[in-house]
Design a binder for this molecule. Structure first.
Ligand SMILES: [Zn+2]
Length: 455
């Protein structure tokens, strides 16, 4: 009986499509705050030790924008495939809350720093810059305010509502976090509040020829990837049940705010209604609008590092590592750099281990990068090699013979045709009946070919 009910519910569920958008806040790790000279690194500091008249909102204090924070936000926008408009400005977002000493937050309203990007197949609506608020600390019978966080540069990224599942949302956020860390503009640690995510969720429901939507809910107070997934799953199920029960549809322009309750694993209604007009946005009169020349933008684009996804593809192509290992090697920039340092060190050796083997070793042995160097890693690999690998003389013989009978490929390679090398690797592997590490063969071939050229 139970099973039957489950099946019925699943059939009906097919007519419901979750629509999910994400609003992500990321604290930038600039030395100083957004509009004053106070240190921006506030985590774990004694309360109210990093403040000044500007970030305390005292009368007469004037904000001066942090240039680095503006540049980093533009770089993040570029990394997310955004367009950078030639002009941008700051606005005041007015609301009353004790953690906001000025009674308004300096943010960006209608002219964000970056617009219209894409990460994977998810649209990026905008990327803008604002200041963080203070922090409320609840103690017994009282609430205290710590202003160390007040005025810390906060980048906001808003996606299009292109996501359709909690898994997709989690994956997107992990991907985004990796990019931010590669850019070196934030540690983006969710548990430390350096990266915060507010999903907006509702359901699209097909009723015959009709499409209707459930009320849009924004979920706040989520502090880990795991909880992003759980909060979205809960909210989708809750909206599904609520619609079944009440049939209430979304009203244009309206959004409810719900808070994630970690202990109970549920979302709780916080505010019924929220509209942009409530904030009485207007241009910040103390900060002139910003203008960017094309050249400034292109200079920032040149500063972008090779981003993780591209790097993974290159590792597969150039070093023959598996797709799975490539994904692990690019997890963080430090690990990817370590791998490439080990590879370049290997090139110097008389008998290098294969690049694929180096990658395998780092992944399979869970090498603690803090405790070893690329050189020592190679020594360890070479010491363990031997029995498992192909006999050297057998391999050298195969390479010599392949180079001898494939002169055209050799000439092609010497003329700069890179694919010829992969062809030669394939020929060597055929001769060794698949034994041998393609990465190692590649390195040995390169060495032979370069020596050849010198002669
Ligand atoms: Zn300050």
């Amino acid at each position: 009986m139970m099973r039957q009910i489950g099946q019925i519910s699943q059939i009906r569920r097919a007519n419901y499509q979750p629509i999910i958008g994400l609003e992500i806040h990321i604290e930038l790790k600039t030395k100083s705050k957004m509009f004053c000279g106070c240190p921006a690194d506030h985590f774990g500091k004694p309360p109210n030790t990093q403040t000044c008249p500007v970030c305390l909102g005292l009368p007469g204090a004037l904000p001066v924008p942090n240039r680095k924070a503006v540049e980093w936000t533009i770089m993040a926008g570029l990394a997310l495939g955004c367009q950078i408009p030639g002009e941008s400005k700051f606005d005041r977002k007015n609301y009353f809350y004790p953690d906001l000493p000025k009674g308004y937050q300096i943010s960006q309203y209608d002219q964000p720093l970056a617009i219209s990007g894409k990460l994977g197949n998810i649209g990026i609506c905008r990327v803008h810059l604002e200041e963080d608020t203070g922090k409320l600390v609840h103690v017994e019978k009282a609430t205290l305010i710590d202003f160390n966080r007040s005025g810390v540069p906060l980048m906001e990224i808003v996606t299009e509502p292109d996501l359709t599942s909690s898994d997709e949302a989690k994956e997107f956020l992990q991907n985004l976090q990796r990019i931010i860390k590669y850019l070196g503009i934030s540690e983006a640690d969710m548990e430390k509040g350096q990266m915060r995510c507010e999903p907006t969720v509702n359901l699209e429901i097909k009723k015959g020829n009709l499409t209707v939507y459930t009320p849009l809910a924004e979920i706040k107070n989520i502090n880990s990837f795991r909880f992003v997934k759980r909060a979205i799953d809960f909210e989708v199920q809750r909206q599904f049940e609520e619609f079944e029960r009440t049939g209430i549809e979304k009203q244009a322009g309206n959004k409810v705010t719900r808070g994630w309750n970690e202990q109970k694993g549920i979302t709780i209604l916080q505010r019924e209604k929220e509209e942009a007009a409530d904030y009485r946005y207007f241009p910040e009169p103390d900060i002139p609008p910003m203008r960017f020349e094309r050249k400034n933008i292109e200079d920032l684009r040149k500063k972008l590092p090779e981003l993780p996804e591209k790097r993974a593809r290159r590792f597969i192509r150039e070093y023959g590592v598996s797709e799975y290992n490539a994904a692990i090697l690019i997890e963080n920039k430090g690990k990817a750099d370590f791998f490439e340092e080990a590879v370049s060190y290997a090139r110097e050796l008389e008998k290098p281990p294969g690049t694929k083997a180096i990658g395998d070793w780092i992944v399979n042995k869970r090498v603690d990068l803090a405790k070893t160097s690329p050189e020592n890693l190679l020594k360890a690999i070479l010491a363990k090699a031997g029995a498992a690998t192909l006999d050297d003389s057998e391999l050298i013989a195969a390479i010599t013979s392949v180079l001898g009978i494939n002169q055209k490929a050799v000439i092609d390679y010497n003329n700069g045709k890179e694919p010829a090398l992969m062809f030669l690797v394939g020929q060597v592997l055929r001769r060794t009946k698949g034994k041998g590490d393609p990465g190692q063969i590649r390195l040995l071939l390169e060495k032979e070919l370069h020596d050849d050229k010198k002669r």
